[in-house]
Structures are given as structure tokens and as C-alpha cells.
Design a protein around this ligand. Structure first.
Ligand code: ZN
Ligand code: ZN
Length: 349
């Protein structure tokens, strides 16, 4: 298993701090494997200490690697004050700390607080071989369930009934949980990129947006496919083809070293040339969290080898329809490894 504590310990010198406090649970899981919902991770030159409460005593002993475990009361900061050395410059995750926690940290005697933002984002972006295996496994379940859905989706089903099948089937195939609640949006409802599955019925002539994923070992999959219920009209076919062309253009452009904004532009240009807008970023990184840094449209930093990002252009016509196609890819020197195996030609059910 990759030792991420060594990576984090190197950051102490980079930021001129004696110790670091992690408060963001996905980062704590990334660092030492703990999957519970209440913990702090304290790291100094001597090593790492995970602080949690009694509910997680056994779980922490089973899961945690590369760190000591301290079982405190529900108030974890009280336990931290006993672990913390004296006269320290303590870095903390300013973007993952509450105002109350900050006040409490200020009260710790002889500690100088150093606020840090985006501390681990460049580290968690690059996936290890073990992390990639879990993401491949999660996406494989998602692909299997999409294949099954094609056999059961029928006109007259509600969006919620389709969402229920997605949840049930992903769990049946071994998922731990959902990456996020499935998006099932039919007809005009599909024009809302983040529509919630409703009681709307799938009707002949509709395009249905299906955006879903699951987790394996904590790691997320994320895929969108848009299918037609009965024969789609000309406008629907054109919108579908445009999104597919944009998605393929971005997949072709993607490789190590391209910046997020350059990759976003590769798809956005195609959508705009077709007379439409892309109202959201082309995609996002993901891993232990469904949305990780960066959002492609908003970074000009080059994407490194091993980064996993989604490529998900869409076209949304208010009152009419929505189309989105999303794959999850790993950046490699010659292009990408596409983790998504589901077909992309327009499927008519
Ligand atoms: Zn998605
Ligand atoms: Zn996504």
C-alpha cells in the first residue's frame, strides 16, 4: 500500500510548519485508511496520530495504517491538546475547518496557527495503482448496471423507479454505496443538468439522461448516458450527435500535460460551433470524493499522469430536452485509459 504519510510529512518543510492537522475526512481516509465519520489526523516529524471516539475504536484498529490511534471523547480537540507538542507552528486545513474549531485551536497554548488552503489537492489528484484498481472495479459495476437497464427501461416507468433500479442493482453487484444519488431525467426535465429523479413518466419520444456511479473501497465511479424512449425527433438526434462529437473531441485531446481549460475548450468549441452553450465545466477530478480539484474549466494547470477526470459535455434545451455523455478517464502520456466501457451511439429503447 502506498504510504501517503511520507508524502504529507514532506509538506511540513514546504510550508515551514512543525505539525499539521487534517480535519477533512476524505483526506484522512486517503492518508491512513480510516473510513469513519469523526476523526482528526495529527502529523509531525515523528509520525501520524489518528484521534477518534469510542464508537470507532475497533474500526480504527482494523483500518488504520501508518498512524497511532488515540481514542478520545466526543470532543476530539480536547484529545488533540494532549497529543500536540509545545511551541509549535501548526498548519491546518483552512478550507475544511469550522469557525468554532478555529476558535478552539487558537486557545491551545503556545501554538501558532498556519492556515493552509488546497493543501492535498495536487497529491490526491494523482491516483496510485491501488486506487485505480478500485475505480476500475466501481466503474465496471456501473457499466454492468447500465447494460441491465437497457433491458428493463420501458415507457411508463417513472424516473424514481429507474433510480431505484440503479441503486438496487449497483449494490447487488457489490458496490459499497452510491457515489451520489442517481440522476434520472426524462424529456424536458433533462434540461436541468442536476435534476433529481421525480415521479415523471418516461414517454415515447423522450431522451432520458442517466447519470450515476457507485463506490468500491471508498472510490467513486461516475458515468452519464442518454438514451431515447422510442424514435427521437430530428432536434433530439442533432443534439445527441453534437454532444457525442464534443465528447470524442475532448477524449482525443486529453493527455498528460494538457491544462483543464484547454481540455474544456476542445469540447466547448464543438458545442458552440453547433450553436449551443455548455453551461458547466467539461468535467472534474474524482476519487474518494465525487468532485475533487480541479474542475477542468477553472484550472490552467497541466494535468499530471495518473489524474482521473470525467469528460461530460452536454446540451440543454429548456422546456425540451437534455443530452449529456460522460466517461471517466485516466491521463496517460499517449492519451487516456478510458475506464468507461458502456456504448455511446444513440440507443433507442
Ligand atoms: Zn456524472
Ligand atoms: Zn461527473
Amino acid at each position: 500500500m502506498t504510504n501517503h504519510i511520507q508524502t504529507i510529512t514532506k509538506l511540513l518543510a514546504t510550508h515551514d510548519i512543525d505539525a499539521l492537522l487534517l480535519t477533512h475526512l476524505p483526506h484522512i481516509r486517503w492518508a491512513v485508511g480510516f473510513s469513519g465519520s469523526h476523526a482528526l489526523l495529527y502529523i509531525d516529524a515523528k509520525g501520524a496520530t489518528l484521534i477518534t471516539d469510542g464508537r470507532y475504536a475497533n474500526q480504527a484498529r482494523q483500518e488504520v495504517h501508518d498512524a497511532e490511534v488515540v481514542i478520545g471523547q466526543l470532543d476530539l480537540l480536547a484529545a488533540l491538546s494532549k497529543v500536540l507538542g509545545s511551541d509549535r507552528r501548526l498548519g491546518f486545513q483552512a478550507d475544511h475547518t469550522t469557525v468554532e474549531e478555529h476558535i478552539r485551536l487558537q486557545q491551545l497554548a503556545s501554538t501558532e496557527l498556519v492556515p493552509l488552503n488546497g493543501l492535498l489537492q495536487a497529491k490526491t489528484l494523482v491516483k496510485s495503482p491501488e486506487e485505480l484498481e478500485l475505480m476500475r472495479a466501481a466503474q465496471s459495476i456501473t457499466d454492468t448496471v447500465f447494460h441491465e437497464l437497457l433491458k428493463i427501461i420501458k415507457p411508463g416507468m417513472t424516473e424514481k423507479q429507474v433510480a431505484a433500479e440503479i441503486v438496487y442493482r449497483q449494490l447487488r453487484h457489490g458496490a459499497d454505496t452510491m457515489s451520489f444519488w442517481p440522476i434520472v431525467a426524462t424529456g424536458a426535465h433533462g434540461a436541468l443538468p442536476h435534476a433529481e429523479a421525480s415521479d415523471l413518466k418516461l414517454t415515447n419520444g423522450d431522451l432520458v439522461v442517466l447519470d450515476f456511479g457507485c463506490t468500491v473501497g471508498g472510490y467513486c465511479s461516475d458515468m452519464t448516458r442518454t438514451v431515447a424512449i422510442g424514435q427521437p425527433d430530428e432536434e433530439s438526434r442533432k443534439a445527441y450527435q453534437l454532444v457525442l462529437d464534443a465528447q470524442l473531441a475532448a477524449l482525443k485531446a486529453a493527455r498528460v500535460g494538457i491544462s483543464g481549460v484547454e481540455l474544456d475548450t476542445a469540447a466547448r468549441d464543438v458545442i458552440q460551433a453547433g450553436g449551443h452553450d455548455l453551461p458547466h465545466s467539461l468535467g472534474h477530478a474524482l476519487g474518494l470524493e465525487i468532485h475533487e480539484w480541479p474542475s477542468l474549466r477553472w484550472t490552467d494547470k497541466p494535468l499530471p499522469e495518473g489524474a482521473v477526470v470525467t469528460i461530460e459535455p452536454g446540451v440543454y434545451l429548456p422546456g425540451k430536452l437534455g443530452v449529456r455523455i460522460e466517461d471517466m478517464v485516466v491521463l496517460t502520456p499517449d492519451g487516456v485509459e478510458n475506464l468507461t466501457a458502456s456504448p455511446k451511439e444513440l440507443i433507442i429503447l
